[in-house]
Design a protein around this ligand. Sequence first.
Ligand SMILES: *Cc1c(COP(=O)(O)O)cnc(C)c1O
Length: 457
Amino acid sequence: MEKDFNYWVEKGKAMVDERQEMVTKTKKWKFDTIATHGLYNATQAMELNNASIMEPVYLTPAQAYSNSAEMEVALSYKMPNWCYTRIANPSTYFLEEAAALLETYGTDMEATCLATASGMSAIRTATDPFLAKHPDYPNPNIVTCSKVYGGTFQQFWVRRKQEQGIEVRWVTEPTNIEAWQEKIDKNTRFVYGEFPSNPSVDIFDIEEVAKLAHSFGIPLIVDATCASPALTRPLCLGADIVIQSASKVIGGSGTSIMGFMVAKKGITSKIGTDEMKADFATWAKLWPFRDNGPAVNPMAAIMTLNDMRTLRMRIKQMSENSLKTAQFLEAHPKVGEVHYPGLPSYHAHDIAKRYMKLADSGENMYGYMLAVEIKEGKGWGSENSRKFYDALQMIWRATDLGRIKTVATLNAISTHQQQGEEGRALANIKPNTCRISCGIEHVDDIIKDLNQALDAI
Ligand SMILES: *Cc1c(COP(=O)(O)O)cnc(C)c1O
């Protein structure tokens, strides 16, 4: 048979069907099985990868085509292909497919994942398209929780507002649905929140805020880095797009910086074409992401995939450690408030109980991150916090989290230094706030180190 234009179009359709069949089969597996195997199976290993049981690392920029007809069909996106590593790559493909399956785990929903060079570029890639010029909505605004990651705060406040003139409306009380409602109007392009927020560990009612956003015809974008799909899957609760900084717990052993943007099929938006809304992540990959260029390195993709296979068991151990650590700190006389969704004293413990459950076990687990306020002598100093911080021996002083190693951060002088006093107040970061991200060590050793460091005050 002549391998002409139609031949490749037909082959493309068969490839799409084959992938769909694999997705259907894989969706019947449990969380850990999907995370371990994803869409990589023996048939593909035999046909494409010298029978290797592990996914290939394709360190190469471009795909070759057997003739001009294949090239023409591939580059008009009429058959699945990867063509150039800035757009796609077979190693990245296996990571993206597994991540999308985990974000929709336990439902019939389908989603698509786009892996990006960092969590920040995932946020940029997810939000850019909704801010495009539109004659009916001339003055775009963003409604977002004010308690967000420092980089996100800067991206919205400096890049969007100060440089581009896009209004940013902060919601300071995210558990209050009216606080969201009163900020949204017809020029709002999207609603944004973190679940839980880094580092102040605040949350919001995802289902309620999704309903609200949809009543205005706009999408809800949720950054769920600090929960991960092993605990909370916002797409299954009504959100349109989920962001993961895969640099954190997904890539928990800490080899790479990477982001995921995962979108459900058929998002809600007043902006954009039908093609964009039908499959936002694929559309973004083929058009704006291709043109903007925050692609991932295939080596990093496979290292992240290797870590992602053990996500659920790590989240379990880290959550158990975090709860015990939070209980220890809450009872300690030198510690003020402890913000951890698993504590009954947590201001939105009921919402946390509803939305934070370990996949498959169904047990409430509350993630790896806690924010602790060290008691200071007068007012809002940081003298005691620094004494405590500098006395840590095993626990790392770094601006990192989600790691298998326990890490502590003084956020006012690090991640949230640049957003200033006012910005820190919006994000609820005090000079004595210490973020602790519990790793997988034995919890006794974590508590022992914290205890001796508190003795230094
Ligand atoms: C770290 C982080 C980001 C940014 O991710 P990078 O991979 O560092 O670019 C975004 N959101 C949250 C909640 C984070 O913790």
